[in-house]
Structure formats: C-alpha cells, structure tokens
Design a protein around this ligand. Structure first.
Ligand code: GAL
Length: 656
C-alpha cells in the first residue's frame, strides 16, 4: 500500500489548500513566486472546484487545471489533488433535487453553501463518480500529482426519503429481522414496536425524546454511508494510480465519523486542527488531536489544515500572536506530523471565508503572517530529513471510541454538563502536563504493548471490549477508569447493576447505588481534592479494595470516590486538574512509565520522536531547561550542553 512517505520523500510537506480558481491567472505566477519564497512544496488543488470543472452537466473544463498542474510541476511543487465532491454545483441540486439532504425537520439543505449532498442519493453518487473518474483519468500520469484527497470533512446527515431506504437496508444487514431490531432498540418502551421495515424512518423530529438506540444507529449508519462515498471515489482513483496514497480530512472531536473504521480505509490519515489562540489549553487540545491522529495512522500523519492566523467561525476570532503559528506547527511535527499544511494558501477576497486567514494574508508578502510562514518553511526544510518517517514511543494508551461518545451524548441522559470530548480532554491534559506521552487506542485493540491504559469515559462497551480490558489487567497491565464507563452494551441497553458486573468485580465495587451528577460549578469534597461534574454512591465489596479515597461531607460522606483493587483503578468523579494529574502520574510511575524529561518548567512540552527530542515553550516568558547530555539543536545548528533557554514560544529540536 502507498504511504505518506511516498509523497514526502524525506521532506515535511508544507503548503495548503490552493484555490486559484478564485483569482485571475496573473496571480498564479505571483503565487508560485511567493510559494517558492516560503518553501511551499505541496498544494491541495480542486477541493471546491466542481462547478469550475463541470460548469454544466457532462461538460469538462480542464484547461485551467492542466495549466496549473503544469505550473506546479515546473515550479517543483507537488499536488495533492482533491475530488471536488463536497460542494456540488448548483445545477446538480436544480436538476436533481433528490441529491439535496434534509435535516431532521424535513428542511432541504439548499445549494449556496457547501456540503449539500445526500450520501444516499444514487444520482449524487453517479455524478461524483463521473467527475472523479474524469479527474483520475486525466491526471493519473501527471508528474505533479503526489496524493489524492477525497471530498472534504465528510459530515452531512440526511433524514430524507432516499436516506430512509438506505437506512432500512443498513438495519436489515445489522439485525436481520425486525424482531432483532425491536429488541435492540427496546421498542417496547413508548409503544414503538415496528411491524414492517417500511415503518422505520431516520430519527426525524418527534414530539419528545427520540429512541436513543435509533439515534445511535443513525449515527453509525451516517458514518458508514459517508465511508461508502469515500471508498467509491478512493477505488476510482486507486484504479488509475495504485502507487499514490489516498486520504481525506476530519476534525475528529467536532462532527466525528467513526475514525477507527475510516482510518483502515485511508493510506494517509489527515486532520484539520484549529485550536483557539486565546485558549490557555489550546496547545493541549491540539496535542490530544495529534496523538489521536497518530494512533489512527499508526505512524506519521498529515496536518491537512490549520490556520496561519484567525479563523472566522468563532464568536470572536483572534489572530495568532507572533511565534504561535511556528510553535503549534512544530508541535504537530513533534507528535508525528510529516505534513504541515493550511487552509488556505492565499486569503480570499470574496465569499464566506474572506476573513479567515491564509498563509498569504490580505496584508500580502510584507505582512507578519507571511513572514512567519516563510521562516517556518525554511525551518521545516532544515529538519525534514531527520524527522520524517520516524515514530513516537508511548507506553500509555487512552481509550476512545466514537460509538461510546455518540451513545453517551443522548438527549435523555442524567447530565448535559458531561461533555465527552471535555472529559477526554481533562484526562489527556493530566498526562500531557506530566510529560507522559500517550497514544490512543480502541477498546478492542490489542493493548498488551502499553504499561498503562486509561479510560476517561466509555459509556458503551461491547462484551469484546470488556473481555479485552479484563485480559489486559490479568496480563499485568494497569488500568485507570473514569466514571460512566461500561454502563451500556452495544445496543445501549443498561448493563444489569448499572455497570457491567465483570468491571464492578475488577474494581471491587459491590453495588452502584446511585449516580449523583453535579451542577455547573458545583464541587464535591474528597479526601485531598475536590471532584467536579459527577459523583457516585458506590459500595465496595467487603475487603476487596486495596485503597479507597473517600468523599467527605454531604450525602456521600465516607463513601469511596476512588477505588483501587490491585492494578485496576476506578475514579467516580472528575478530580480537579492538579488531583487528576497527581493520580495519573502516580499510576504511571507505579506501572514503570517515566516522563519524557523530569523536572521540566511549567508550560514546557517535551516529546521524543525517533532519536530527536523536541522541546516547546508554550509560555510567553523565556525558560531554561536542563537536558541530560549533549545535543545539536537542528533549528539553530548550535550545540547544547546540559541546558538551554527557550524564548517566548520557543522551540528546540535536539539531536544527541
Ligand atoms: C475546514 C474546511 C475548510 C475551511 C476551514 C476553515 O473545516 O475543511 O474548507 O472551511 O475549515 O477553518
């Protein structure tokens, strides 16, 4: 199978989405001059070009793209060619309204924005396949082509009639019989029993709460249907260019599809990453997504999109202060990215994203953004040969499963304050702040390579996943689990006792009497720390626990907040950050896992990649860091002996 390395060939790919169809051709030459100046070696063409390529049904306007592909080749810039299928031209919706998706209220999502396609529409799929085939046939042998990018951020739901037919087909394949579906969905509740497949619809707007398993299956179905759209296009381009890698991009903690399943179908796993420059935890939430993406990729991955300055979709959109773009880009490289790319090359003057930054902003080449991009391009060129293709060692895995997130987010839950991504962020943060490098894994993956496995929250766990966790601990692994884990089976049926009995046995819990969610801002005293978000009334098995940290005061006074039985920990609340950090650092130390470096100043991140040691100062004040031994800093080509000072947002890439 082709890999990212086939496209990078020892360089970090640097560039971004390039939308030259928005500009007169004179501008293209100016673009190339500036791209070369900035060290851009890769552009993604065509993401939103369908109407330009096929201005009316069946027409083919490839001349402009031919000229661009040639221009890129002459300039030594590789092309990641996108299939333009995420934004169909207006004629498709006008002539074939059935290609337009409907929301849960039955409203049509019209053309005029983007992503207005129904994954289930046979007509959409036919047209998408035809334009993909034409592109692949035309450019298969073009020397500029390095990779394929299919569609863009697949995320469209469809509750319409054609989707309903496809949903029934998907459900039949999953359940076989209506009886099995009725049982899985628990339709005895509220008189929902289906007597015919034709009665089953997408979970459209209903008077009161929709059936949660129905909603969960619809999410699974949507992910699978979008995946079918992806694989259909992937197979077309693969037929023409079996030697070139294929990818698609996501924001995994926004409208995620089932990322583990999707990753199996991609040659390169890509991600779009837009942390808020004002968020004090922006670097940490980026690190989380980087760790997740690397784990999906099982190796180097592609930062497909980031912003050189502000985005334009938050309430208030802040620019990146001087140095931050460089810092966050090198952070991605430290955590396994072999491609650092942006949305987009040249900031648009028109359209919905004209206030979204580009590598070349409205300020032009003298602007600070471009000057910083240029510096970064030069630095990536300097380190590319040493970093690309190398791996990041991690002894800890955080378990994550989109199915568990979707199920846990159902409308009728006990607390809307519990936000799955936020809980995962809190746990990852605790490890990140302790300089413990983490992978992510699916709960059914082989975990035996890890010394420590942590489960921030997996509301839904299959029997296979539970067996996997038990086998992991039995095999000598240390497991730390957070609350609301193992509550439901894969059909979202609550496990008898409110939590799987094998897990209760693992943690030494006899009875889980009640869940006690906390109000926003409310805390619960525990011995040595405060809990937030959630608490539980649990009764340990007599004498089973090796350790119990109690709640103090209130209804739960004296009951266990944290339990440990052997190497299995259960944490029934969300400890305040310092306490969760201490707890996980202790579990890691007891499992024999050491931080990347001891004694690092606050705000400094350390990551080992291959033989290299990356040090990143996320603070605005200079810091001095002690490092064991002698190194060369690849960014400055200076020797480092035992210590170095990192300036504001400073980075060092040290080779022993
Ligand atoms: C991404 C998208 C890009 C652009 C960007 C703006 O979600 O893939 O096309 O819209 O956001 O931040």
């Amino acid at each position: 199978m082709p890999q990212l390395g086939d496209a990078t060939r020892g360089r970090v790919l640097f560039g971004g989405d390039y939308n030259p169809e928005q500009w007169p051709e004179e501008t293209w030459h100016e673009d190339v001059r500036l791209m070369k100046d900035a060290g851009v070696n890769s552009v993604t063409l065509g993401v939103f070009s369908w109407a330009k390529l096929e201005p009316e049904p069946g027409a083919r306007e490839f001349g402009w793209l031919d000229r661009l592909m040639d221009l890129m080749h002459e300039s030594g810039i590789g092309v990641v060619l996108a299939t333009p299928t995420s934004s169909p031209p207006p004629w498709l919706g006008r002539l074939h309204p059935e290609t337009l998706p409907r929301d849960a209220d039955g409203r049509i999502e019209w053309w005029g924005g983007r992503q207005h396609f129904s994954h289930s529409s046979a007509v959409y799929r036919r047209h998408a396949a035809a334009i993909t085939e034409a592109l692949a046939a035309r450019y298969a042998g073009h020397p500029a082509l390095t990779m394929w990018h299919i569609n863009n951020e697949y995320c469209t739901f469809d509750y319409g009639d054609e989707a309903a037919v496809a949903f029934r087909r998907w459900l039949r394949a999953r359940y076989g019989t209506l009886d099995a579906l009725n049982s899985a969905w628990g339709t005895a509740f509220w008189s929902q029993g289906y007597d015919t497949w034709d009665g089953v619809l997408p979970p459209r707007h209903a008077h009161y709460l929709n059936n949660p398993t129905h909603v969960l299956d619809f999410r699974r179905f949507t992910s699978d249907m979008l995946l079918e759209c992806y694989t259909a296009e992937r197979d077309i381009v693969r037929r023409h260019t079996p030697h070139l890698p294929v990818t698609t991009n996501f924001m995994p903690l926004w409208v995620g599809q089932d990322g583990w399943r999707w990753a199996e179908e991609e040659d390169v796993v890509s991600v779009d990453l837009y942390p808020d420059p004002r968020d004090p935890l922006g670097a940490q939430s980026a690190a989380l997504v980087q760790d997740l993406t690397r784990s999906q990729a099982r190796g180097p991955w592609m930062l497909m999109e980031q912003a050189a300055g502000p985005v334009n979709w938050r309430g208030v959109n802040h620019p990146k202060p001087r140095g931050l773009n460089r810092l966050w880009s090198l952070q991605a490289v430290a955590r396994g990215a072999d491609a650092v790319c942006y949305f987009q090359w040249r900031q648009s003057r028109q359209g919905a994203e004209k206030f979204h930054s580009g590598m070349l902003s409205h300020a032009g080449e003298r602007g600070r953004t471009f000057q910083e991009v240029k510096q970064l391009g030069a630095e990536l060129a300097r380190i590319g040969g040493e970093v690309t293709g190398t791996h990041i060692p991690a002894d800890i895995a955080i378990l994550h499963d989109w199915n568990a997130w979707w199920a846990g987010a159902q409308d009728g839950r006990l607390s809307t304050e519990v936000d799955h991504p936020e809980v995962v962020r809190a746990w990852h943060r605790a490890l990140w702040e302790s300089h413990l490098t983490t992978d992510f894994a699916h709960p059914e993956h082989d975990l035996s390579a890890y010394e420590l496995v942590v489960v921030p929250q997996l509301y839904l766990l299959t029997d296979t996943a539970i067996d996997n966790l038990l086998a992991y601990v039995r095999g000598g692994g240390t497991l730390v689990c957070g609350f609301l884990t193992g509550i439901a089976d894969e059909d979202d049926r609550v496990r008898p006792g409110g939590m799987d009995d094998r897990l209760r046995d693992l943690f030494g819990i006899r009875t889980l009497h009640e869940w006690w969610p906390l109000d926003p801002g409310e805390t619960v005293e525990c011995e040595g720390f405060r809990g937030t978000l959630w608490s539980e009334e649990i009764e340990p098995e007599d004498g089973a626990a090796d350790e119990a940290i109690p709640y103090k005061g209130g209804e739960l006074d004296g009951l266990a907040a944290v339990l440990r039985k052997g190497r299995a920990w259960y944490v029934s609340t969300l400890p305040e950050p310092y306490a969760l950090r201490a707890l996980l650092a202790r579990a890691a130390a007891e499992a024999g896992v050491r931080p990347v470096l001891e004694g690092l100043p606050a705000g400094v991140e350390a990551v080992r990649r291959g033989d290299l040691l990356f040090l990143l100062n996320h603070g605005r004040e200079p810091v001095t860091v002690e490092v064991p031994g002698n190194y060369d800093d690849l960014l400055t080509s200076t020797p480092v002996e035992h210590e170095l000072t990192l300036g504001r947002y400073g980075v060092a890439v040290l080779r022993p």
